[in-house]
Ligand binder design. Structure first.
Ligand SMILES: [Zn+2]
Length: 202
C-alpha cells in the first residue's frame, strides 16, 4: 500500500485533513460481520445477483450507521477491459462519486483469477471509504492518504471480526508513504488472536 502524493496547491487542505483522520469508528455491533458471512456464502455457492444483494445490504447498513446516503453497487463477473481509472491503484473495484456507484469484480482481467474473499471484502470497504470521503467528510476528492487506509482497515477488521491492527508507515519519495510491512506484521504477531487476512489492496 502506498499513498498518493500530496496535491500541489488546490485541495491540499482536504488532503492533509484526510491524512489526519486516522480514527473512524466502525459500526460497533456484529451486524456487518453477519452480512459479510452472507457475502462469503453467496460467493461460494450463490449467483452474482446473490453477491450483489448481500453487498447492497452491507452498504445500506454501513451507510445508515454513518448517516449518509447509501451507494449503489454493481458486481461484475470480470474486470471490464476498459476501466475508467479514477484512482490508479484500484485493481478490483472502483467508485464513481457522480453516480454514487461502486463497481466490484470477482475476477481480475489479465489472468482471470478469482478474487479471494478477503480481497473482495477489502475492496468493498476501500470503495465504501471513497464514498464516505465525499458524503461524510465532504472532501472535494478522495485521496489514498495514510488516514484513508487506516479508516478502510478499521472498517475491514470490523467486517471480518478480526482485531484492528496498527499500521506503520515509511516515508518515500514525493511526499508519499508506504506501509512498513515487517513492522506492521510484527505488531500483529505480538497481539492475541492473530488471524491471517487478505488485505491486499495496494
Ligand atoms: Zn481507492
Amino acid at each position: 500500500m502506498i499513498t498518493d502524493a500530496p496535491p500541489k496547491k488546490a485541495n491540499r487542505e482536504g488532503f492533509l485533513e484526510s491524512d489526519r483522520i486516522k480514527r473512524s469508528k466502525p459500526p460497533p455491533d456484529g451486524r456487518l460481520l453477519a452480512i459479510t458471512k452472507s457475502i462469503e456464502s453467496a460467493m461460494k455457492s450463490g449467483t452474482t445477483a446473490d453477491v450483489r444483494r448481500a453487498c447492497t445490504e452491507f452498504l445500506e447498513t454501513a451507510s445508515e450507521f454513518y448517516k449518509v446516503q447509501t451507494c449503489g453497487v454493481r458486481v461484475l463477473a470480470a474486470r471490464p477491459l476498459r476501466v475508467r481509472e479514477n484512482w490508479s491503484t484500484e485493481l478490483f473495484g472502483d467508485y464513481t462519486p457522480q453516480t454514487v456507484l461502486i463497481r466490484i469484480w470477482m475476477r481480475t482481467a489479465v489472468r482471470k483469477e478469482v478474487t479471494s474473499f478477503g480481497t473482495f471484502i477489502s475492496t468493498l470497504c476501500h470503495e465504501f471509504c471513497h464514498h464516505l470521503d465525499f458524503q461524510r467528510f465532504g472532501f472535494s476528492d478522495s485521496w489514498h492518504t495514510r488516514g484513508f487506509y487506516e479508516r478502510a482497515a478499521a472498517l475491514y477488521h470490523c467486517a471480518r471480526g478480526t482485531p484492528p491492527k496498527k499500521l506503520f508507515w515509511l516515508p518515500t519519495s514525493g511526499g508519499r508513504w508506504r506501509i512498513d510491512w515487517p513492522r506492521t506484521n510484527g505488531a500483529i504477531k505480538l497481539g492475541a488472536n492473530r488471524q491471517p487476512d487478505g488485505v491486499s489492496n495496494s
